[in-house]
Structure formats: structure tokens, C-alpha cells
Design a protein around this ligand. Sequence first.
Ligand code: NAD
Length: 411
Amino acid sequence: EELACLETTDTGKTTEESRWDMDDVAGVFNYYAGLAREEAREVLDAPDPNGKSIAVREPVGVCGLILPWNYPLLQASWKLAPALAAGCTVVMKPSELTPLTTLRLTELCEEVGFPNGVINTVLGPGATVGAELAENHSVDLLSFTGGSQTGRTIMGAAAGNLKRVALELGGKNPHIIFADADLDVAVDYALNAVFFHAGQICSAGAKLLVESPIHDAFVEALSARMKAITVGNGADPDTRMGPLISAAHRQKVEDHVALALSEGATLAVGGARPDDPALANGFFYLPSLLTGCTPKMTISREEVFGPVIGVERFDNEAEAIARANDTVYGLSAGFWTTDEARIERVSRALRFGTVWANDFNVYFPAAPWGGYKQSGIGRELGRAGLDEYTELKHIYRNHAPKAFGWFGADD
Ligand code: NAD
């Protein structure tokens, strides 16, 4: 509860969402505590009967962890828990906008007796403190979650000592509604896919593709539900959607909406700040729906990272798949249908690190998370998330060595 309240103070998200995040944080630490007990070695079939061969996993070393502001402690746990389970030491840098929970966790780790130097936290801006972590030759691995442009900069900076890089970056995540879907549930999930934490979710299903026969009814039902979302202070229990993280970020979201309208989209809902004077001092923005979006529009291609859905209409399955895959990103995708054969086909055809059928935004510690294409490098969570923090070593031992003799022993 203490950490949840701190997270809401820092991010503005509702306290209930912060509580869910803290449950997930505990789940991630429990999961990797379990994996840490397993023996990290594999016995290999050596070709020589006198040979014994094993592959062992060893800690990669010092890990720099650079964190974003949208899920501060949850993103920290996705990196810190496997790094510790692998036996690494870490230097964490939370976002300068949301350092509180990472600092409190660092204090708690000290209280419970982690040896000095195992968990280190540094504060400061990305361009200086973050850049130092990316460049520093004493850092063996750099794990970063944040924007794609920052990811590119970090990858370049990490090249100096060829440190390992793990990147979790942005996405433009398609959410496809086929005409045979259960419409009431699909409308509910069109909201869930985007409006938690005011749309500031890397996996937000903000590119909504709706099949033509149901398009108009779907948009109408979605619009009615969106207008009923209570926007306000995240600490107020009646609030369903809090503010954006900063004035600069809200301006970015507003610019995206203005550009979409200038490129031909139609504003169906929102598109403005709330007019309630009580909200005038926060960075609030109404849930917004843009219809008539087409594949070439910027709104259909770039991540907005705010409470904005762009709706595109499509006519058949092949078109939906082609449009969904037509992106430089590949983080996550979801779709709704009651056709079993289609679930199989579409799940395989979508080029994304995670695909949800008849659900959206499902995360759990055992399920690997990461992006295809420009959404990242490597995976977090699951066993793959632990392997990121290890080096793989082959140890070979000969139990009965004999001279080979090729270099003149018989002469
Ligand atoms: P950001 O890139 O602005 O900042 C992320 C972190 O990088 C911050 O700690 C920042 O201080 C640091 N940083 C900035 N410039 C740096 C530099 N030159 N060198 C080293 N560090 C630097 O991103 P953000 O705005 O905090 O987060 C939003 C982005 O994160 C979105 O694009 C979102 O999609 C992405 N994200 C992705 C995932 C995922 O799992 N793929 C999860 C959460 C957020």
C-alpha cells in the first residue's frame, strides 16, 4: 500500500492501478526467486566417452538498468529480479520524473541486508547520468526500457565496450475486431486496451481495426462508453483515468491529434482538455476517438502514448493482417473473433512479440515479453528474461587424456 501510494503520487495513475502494479511486482520477485533455485547447468553429450561436457550459466556482471516513467517499479522489477536471480550486481537509474518507488525499494533492500554494492541507484537526467551508464566500460550489460529514439542512442553509446544491450521500446499495437466477435466484450476491451494509465502504456492497442459490417455500431458503442470515463486525480477512488505525466507530454499528445485532423481523420470523442476547473492545474486530457483513419496517416503509424484511439475500417482478414503488420514496430497485437480456425491463422500471421486472442494486455511473470522489429532487442520475463542476465559457458573435462601424436611424437 505504501509503494502503491508513492507510485500514484509520482505517476498520477489511479491508486487501484498502482495496487495491481505492486501485486505484479511481488509476483515477478517470487517467480525469479523460484528460478534462482534451479540448477543452471546442462550436461551435454560429449563425442569422446572419456569427456564430460557441461554448459553452465554464469552472471553477466555489472548491469546498468535504465527505467521509464510509466510503470516505474514494475519495469524496475522486470530487470532487477532476474538480474539478482542470475547473480549480477546492478546500477539502476529511474526516470527523473518518477524516482520515488525505486528509491524506496532500494532502501528496503538495504534494510533486509543486501550486501553493499549489489543494488545501487543513481538519479539524474538521461542525457548525462543515463548516457554515462550506457557508455561506461565497467558496465557489462545495459537493459533499457523507453522510447525508440533513446534506444538507438543507447545502442550507439554501448558500442564502446560492446556491452550486451537489452532494449524494450515503443510500439504501435493493432487491436483487430472481426465482425463475428462478441461485441459487448470487445467494446469493453477496446477501452481496457488503451485507457489504463491514460494510454501511457507501451502495449496500448491504440490502432483499432474494425471490420466494415460492424464498424458503425462498434464506434457508436465505444463512443458512449468513452464519454462516461471519469477523468481526475488518481488518488480519488472515483477516478477511472488520471492525468498525463507532464505538460510537455500532453502537448505531444495534442500535437498528434491536431496532425491527425489535418491529415483527414474525424474527431468522434474528446480531443480536448477537460473543462472542469478543478482539473485545470493537472496535465489532463480527455479520452479521444479519431475515426476515418487510414494506413498512411501519422496517427496510424506513430506511437501517441496517450488516451487516443485511431479507428481504421477493414474489409477482410487478409487486409486486417497486412495493415496490422505494416509497421516498423512489433511489440504486441490483439484480435477478437469467435472462429477457432481464424484464431490459429491470425495468431501465427501477426509479427509481434505478444499476440492476444479475445483478450488484451495480459502479462504474467512466466510469459516472455519483448518486441519484434524496432520494438526492441531481447526478452524480459519468463526464463528468457533470466537468460538475458547470464553468460553461457561450456566446460569440458577429459577424464583419461592420451597423447594425440600428430606433431611428431612417433618420429
Ligand atoms: P525515454 O526514452 O524518454 O526515457 C527512458 C529512460 O531513459 C529515462 O530514465 C531517461 O532518463 C533515460 N534516458 C533518456 N535519454 C537517455 C540517453 N541519451 N542515454 C541514456 N539514458 C537516457 O522514455 P520514457 O518517455 O521514459 O518512456 C516512454 C517510452 O517507453 C515509450 O516509447 C514506451 O513505448 C516505452 N516503453 C516500452 C516498454 C516495453 O516494454 N517495450 C515499457 C514501458 C515503456
